[in-house]
Design a protein around this ligand. Sequence first.
Ligand code: SF4
Length: 365
Amino acid sequence: MRFVDEFRDPDGARSVAEAIAATVTRPWTIMEICGGQTHAIVRYGIDHMLPDTISLLHGPGCPVCVTPAGIIDAACTLASQPEVILCSFGDMLRVPGHEQSLLTARTGGADVRMVYSPLDAVTLARENPTREIVFLAIGFETTAPTSAMAVLHAERDGLTNFSLLSSHVLVPPAMRQLLADPTNKVQGFLAAGHVCAVSGYRDYHAIPQRFGIPIVVTGFEPLDILQGILLCVRQLEENRADVENQYRRAVRHTGNRYAQAAVEQVFKVQGQAWRGIGWIEDSGLALRSRFALFDALNRFTEVHVSPERETACISGEVLRGVCKPDDCPMFGNLCTLEHPLGATMVSSEGACAAYYRYRRVSGAA
Ligand code: SF4
């Protein structure tokens, strides 16, 4: 298939890996932001094709993993109201809050439904005028436009029984926070190609300027990732810090203006808590006051988002690249795909799930 098979070609991958090995003269640590890239790296053994001097760290770009437990708690409370149908993406239903997951809430009688798009939730609102449809809206710049479109469609259709429980997050503030941390080890980033397909990468230029590290916008197939690493390593070796675009077949500098306009119309930027990571300034999206009717926390004022509590799960450290999944003492024994203890094992994009699926080493049965 055009645009896929050629980016999985083993000979092509080997030759890029050889070019990386020929370029590297000293150790470098590079973080791939996106959980989809982490899965490709682990699944295809890309890190094993690299010289020992290149370390890959897995970043915080899994939307399910960074959704705070307090938001799950609020979703479960909303779902327990008899008039509410609570909808979200499939992975979100399994993620534990502080007390329970949406799936356990459903087992207890709550009306919780999986949808593939927020627009499906709008359809549900149209078809169920006597029920309150709440969509738990999560994800990065990639999913925010469809949430915005759902709100605009609901407004256009005069629906008064649709609302968002919004927990959208933005990538560049998280990159800045990671780099500003005194324990930071990241020397170069592979930025998430699909995020940049929406947002463009104009806003990324300020990061190399401030922190002096390269960013390469990178796709998701094995050759994409290897080429992204090669471009990043070349910059590091040449002491350059620019933004480069490996994923030209999908990403333009300015991104998708139509999607950006929808997000800009519906949401405003605000500070946001990330699961396991904590508060990040200007990293979240809240509904603008014009759309207050569609804000679930405005409609159900008795429901609140509780602050994060400490748990034994160290997924925050995994998401910040401080440690790898198999460094967690519970990996593969107490925490498995079948019985996940944290969001990074629940999510299909989570780093713990990737290691468990493709590279089980610690405590594994
Ligand atoms: S292995 Fe399980 S408990 Fe450990 S960090 Fe991953 S999700 Fe959390």
